[in-house]
Ligand binder design. Structure first.
Ligand code: AHR
Length: 331
């Protein structure tokens, strides 16, 4: 049988990954090691992580938290950045299965399309932990979810907006990545509360893909179409809010004054904008998940009890004390 060049390369890669750890060190586990070390410590753990990309200030902080915590604890981390592509995340999981890591963490870029590859991990006996974003898969295909309640974030954004606007607004919405859990839930949660306010209307809603550049572009389009009929912006993350602020200023209006803005994440950039009077509130979404992730991973691997959902503890921030709080922010 003649194998194609790609097939030969895949076999060689699978072999190399199978015998070497992420750091390039040979995996030297023997039967007696396994018997002696039935309870693992952090320094025995080999953890795979599939990150979705680096689209925002939030995501960069999340990646740093995972990498720094692994280093502090002495965990061997096999980290893959999917650069916003689901197919890269699927490929990363397959590589991690070949590498026989102890556990796989993943922040799924979108909610759907994971069943097959998660099943492959399950068949290989490798537990999956969802980090930051949920995946729409049967419950038995992952062991736990660590992250925020995105629905509640959307509800809180609407409550703040209603307060800020005295129940009357023409809103434009900057939506996150289409099909992602935070975009889906922040969209739904916001509308759930808005039902109670008949004079708060959504004029338009479009994806800015969680990036500053797209947030600016989409806001420019909204301003072109609706001009100063817009009285409020609901943005699914701070990066898009910062892009929208720029677009509003270039249009000749005052962000935070002529057009009120409610955002999500509570990143440093949002605090700076609040201090400058250009942003009216930000609902926190905590990216610093490294310590909780590895604690959870160790429990899973050692067969200790762990929760199905580890919710993040999060607040809401306003301009009045942003200056005081900024120095305490870690992202
Ligand atoms: O999944 C969390 C979201 O993803 C954050 O709100 C956003 O900034 C990021 O890109």
């Amino acid at each position: 049988m003649k194998l194609s060049r790609l097939a030969r390369l895949t076999i060689i890669l699978a072999f190399i990954l199978g015998v070497m750890g992420c750091t390039g060190q040979p995996i030297s586990t023997t039967t007696s090691d396994i018997q002696e070390k039935s309870v693992k410590g952090y320094e025995d753990l080999i953890v795979g992580f599939s990150q979705l990309g680096a689209e925002s200030e939030w995501r960069v902080a999340n990646t740093n938290s995972i990498k720094e915590t692994a280093e502090q604890l002495g965990v061997e981390l096999c980290f893959f950045d999917a650069q916003q592509k689901q197919e890269n995340q699927v490929e990363a999981i397959r590589k991690l299965i070949v590498q026989r890591v102890d556990v796989i963490g993943i922040s799924p870029i979108v909610e759907t399309g994971w069943d097959e590859v998660f099943q492959e991990a399950k068949d290989a006996g490798i537990p999956i932990i969802l980090v930051d974003r949920r995946a729409d898969v049967p419950e038995d295909l992952y062991v736990s979810y660590l992250g925020s309640d995105f629905l509640e974030e959307g509800r809180n954004a609407a409550r703040i907006m209603a307060d800020l606007m005295n129940g009357q607004a023409n809103i434009v919405e900057l939506v996150g990545t289409i099909g992602s859990a935070p975009a889906n839930d922040r969209y739904l949660g916001f509308r759930e509360i808005l039902k109670e306010y008949p004079d708060m209307r959504i004029l338009a809603s479009e994806s800015g893909d969680f990036t500053r550049a797209r947030g600016k572009e989409v806001m420019e389009g909204f301003l072109k179409k609706y001009g100063n009929r817009i009285t409020a912006v609901y943005s699914h993350n701070d990066d898009m809010s910062l892009g929208a602020i720029q677009a509003i200023e270039e249009y000749g209006l005052k962000p935070g004054v002529d057009i009120k803005i409610v955002s999500v994440d509570a990143a440093r950039g949002a605090f700076e904008a609040m201090i400058a009077g250009k942003l009216n509130a930000t609902v926190e979404c905590n990216p610093l998940l490294g310590p909780q992730f590895f604690e959870l991973a160790l429990k899973v691997v050692n067969g200790e009890p762990y929760p199905r959902w580890v919710p993040s503890i999060e607040g809401i921030f306003f301009p009045d004390n942003a200056l005081e709080i900024l120095p305490t922010r870690k992202y």
